[in-house]
Design a protein around this ligand. Structure first.
Ligand code: COA
Length: 225
């Protein structure tokens, strides 16, 4: 019952936000469905051509049609049991952005973990296929993950790991309000350093979770990864 109420609240919230978008951008059509899917249509050239973006939950069958998105060298690819365990344990943290003809544009996967004041949401993967980049898709997926972290799991912060050389992703996270919490030496395959980036959620009123550490750590020193 509470789950249903939360879902209804979320839809009302989306209407509010989308209504404001539509008034600012009159060429944007937004439809929200009961199951939580959001359809956004950009109306171009005399309203003839419409492109649709749907953000919905990740399904098991999506694993069979995501390879074009994962071909990118900065996108980590995991094995099937890894993905399936995420879909089973944290379905509300796994979302897909889909375009016309149900073509996968990108996805996000995450989880909730930690204890006490370390209870947090974690971004395990976020990626957008090259042809759909710079359309605010990753931003939308990240915003939804943060909303789940705050409203469903009531966690203190969201964290993620990113390659120190992945400048576009680091810029995006910084724009979304993430800070570099610590450097993890040789986190990626024992070669490249990773940056542990964090954003405080409203539950962390004093923003204690994002005070950066002065010294780098090794992967063995991580509490979670
Ligand atoms: C990083 C990535 C997810 C961004 O996806 P995206 O949908 O293009 O990002 P958005 O359009 O939502 O960008 C939001 C903001 O992030 C920043 N940003 C995104 N891509 C950027 C780039 N290539 N260079 C600089 N800034 C960038 C911009 O500030 C952008 O806002 P703007 O377009 O208004 O300037 C995408 O490039 C990608 O999939 N890369 C490969 C996988 C990857 O690196 N994932 C992260 C692993 S930790």
């Amino acid at each position: 019952m509470r789950e249903r109420e939360r879902e209804r609240e979320r839809i009302v919230f989306c209407y509010f936000v989308c209504g404001r978008w539509c008034s600012i951008f009159p060429l944007l059509q937004v439809r929200i469905y009961r199951e939580g899917a959001i359809h956004v249509a950009y109306i171009r050239g005399k309203r003839r051509k419409q492109e649709m973006t749907t953000i919905r939950r990740f399904r098991c069958t999506d694993l069979l049609r995501m390879s074009h998105v994962n071909l990118d060298h900065l996108t980590e690819t995991f094995n099937m049991s890894f993905y399936l365990s995420y879909l089973a344990k944290w379905p509300d943290y796994c979302l897909v952005a889909e375009g016309v003809n149900n073509h996968m544009m990108g996805y996000i996967m995450g989880k909730a973990e930690g204890r006490g004041e370390s209870w947090h949401g974690h971004v395990t993967a976020v990626t957008v296929a090259p042809e759909y980049r710079r359309q605010q898709l990753a931003k939308k997926l990240m915003n939804l993950l943060e909303e789940v972290t705050e409203k469903t799991y009531n966690a203190y912060f969201v964290d993620l790991f990113v390659r120190a050389s992945n400048a576009p992703a680091i810029q995006m996270y910084q724009k979304l309000g993430y800070v570099i919490y610590r450097r993890v030496l040789r986190y990626y395959s024992g070669e490249e350093d990773g940056l542990d980036m964090r954003k405080a959620m409203p539950r962390d009123k004093d923003k204690k979770s994002i005070i950066p550490l002065k010294d780098p750590v090794t992967p063995e020193e991580l509490e979670y990864d």
